[in-house]
Design a protein around this ligand. Structure first.
Ligand code: PMT
Length: 413
């Protein structure tokens, strides 16, 4: 898979995005949005409304996008005086962020009284808006009518978020953050191979308690499992993520279930697995837990303390042995002999795919080097950011399940 500077999968690479910036305080965040989009390889043409230009100057956007900025429908830089049509011609998306209540109203009514409104009317590409306004303006029935109208017209409405507002009030109306807008754009442009499929993923470590303040655990950060959950979700799957204790944000569009111990993870997985096409077991589940959990803190005393451990259930093996098992992806975290141990796990647990990695290259890190093992042999993936590695796995699974139309992908159709 092609890489780009941001480390993200290349779904924004080479995309042509027309970004409308309207007159709200959140216009300053549009500058950061342009920076992120350009870094991800997109070409961004900024269209400023007169209100937007009150908050941020065209020079800022020109410097960040490296392209001319457009404000006036009569702009003479377009030789044919057709800026209102030309700019979105061949564009992949018209995005309006921030989108004020007034802009929403004008888009909903199909007005054409400035360059951005005219572009919205004359476009052939999809359109998304990220509303930003005072909470009462957002909750006003007129704005809600406009929102419904826009959704009915096929416009994607992203946000708003809840929180503190520039006016000092708190509630719904804040523009979603540039980071979230970029994540939504990546999801929008990602191939939807898993549309209509449900995927269950586990991630992170488990905590096996010894007493009220101590646990046995491992160094899994959850990054690999979260990246895989995100990639499946971006590829159109309905994803449920059963997560051990980690400090990561929930990927966009993913349903997260938090658990602590291996037994809780087992219960959460077995309850949810029916109806899932795929189960990806990325969690570093503790193989053993203390035989007894002390109800009180264990006090310091003798020079030696012996812990008795008992085996935890093997969740993946149990799922793979169900009468109607999902397509099972296991992970093998080894410190040596990766090929031998990973392949053995695949055969012994009856898995469709094992993703092997060396713990010293994988645990807690942002990058990973993995080898895929299936009935056809071993396929090493290039060392990459875990997001990229996750997409490599998702693509392989989609190919194995016959979900990728290779002719369409090559552009033959
Ligand atoms: O979280 P990160 O910091 O990003 O690190 C990623 C990772 C190294 C944790 C991940 O890539 C990985 O390899 N996960 C599997 C870790 C593991 O427990 O491997 P294992 O070889 O011990 O287990 C084999 C498989 O059985 C795994 O799919 C595991 O989820 C599953 N298992 C193991 C024990 C158990 N009791 N129940 C299980 O379901």
């Amino acid at each position: 898979m092609e890489r780009n500077e941001s480390g993200a999968p290349p779904f924004l690479f080479g995309r042509r995005i027309v970004l409308g910036v309207t007159g709200g305080v959140a216009a300053y965040k549009a500058a950061e949005l342009v920076r992120r989009l350009v870094k991800a390889g997109a070409q961004v043409d900024v269209v400023l409304t007169p209100g937007g230009a009150h908050f941020v100057t065209p020079t800022t956007f020109q410097a960040l996008s490296g392209r001319p900025v457009w404000c006036d429908p009569w702009d003479e830089r377009r030789a044919n005086a057709m800026a209102h049509i030309d700019l979105t011609r061949g564009a992949d998306l018209l995005l309006v962020a921030p989108c004020t209540a007034d802009a929403m109203a004008r888009f909903a009514q199909g007005q054409a009284d400035d360059l951005l409104a005219t572009l919205a009317l004359a476009r052939a590409c999809p359109m998304a808006v990220a509303p930003a306004m005072n909470r009462q303006m957002w909750l006003h029935p007129a704005t809600q009518r406009n929102r419904e109208r826009l959704v009915a017209d096929g416009v994607l409405v992203w946000g708003p978020a809840e929180g503190e507002q520039a006016c000092g009030e708190t509630g719904p109306g804040r523009m979603i953050e540039p980071e979230e807008i970029v994540a939504r754009l990546e999801a929008f442009f990602a191939p939807k191979w898993f549309s209509g499929h449900a995927v269950l993923v586990t991630a992170g470590p488990t905590y096996e308690p010894l007493d009220p303040v101590r646990v046995l655990t491992n160094l899994s950060s959850g990054k690999m499992g979260y990246a895989l959950a995100q990639a499946f979700a971006q590829a159109g799957a309905a994803v449920t993520l059963v997560s051990g204790p980690v400090s990561l944000p929930t990927p966009l569009g993913v349903t997260r279930v938090d658990v602590t111990t291996a037994e809780q993870m087992r219960a959460a997985v077995l309850e949810r697995v029916p109806g899932h096409r795929i189960f990806a077991s990325v969690a570093a589940v503790a193989d053993y837990r203390p035989a007894r959990v002390s109800p009180q803190k264990i006090k310091k005393g003798a020079e030696r303390l012996t812990l008795e451990l008992v085996r935890n259930p093997d969740i993946l093996a149990e799922v793979a042995a169900l009468p109607e098992p999902p397509w099972c992806i296991g992970f093998a975290a080894e410190s040596e002999n990766l090929d031998e141990y990973a392949e053995r796990k695949r055969r012994e647990k009856g898995l469709q795919l094992v993703v092997g990695n060396l713990v010293q290259e994988a645990m807690g890190r942002d990058e990973n080097t993995v080898v895929l093992y299936d009935e056809n042999g071993r396929i090493p993936l290039p060392t990459a950011d875990k997001v990229q590695v996750a997409w490599g796995i998702v693509r392989h699974v989609a190919q194995r399940l016959g979900l990728i139309d290779t002719a369409v992908e090559r552009g033959d159709l």
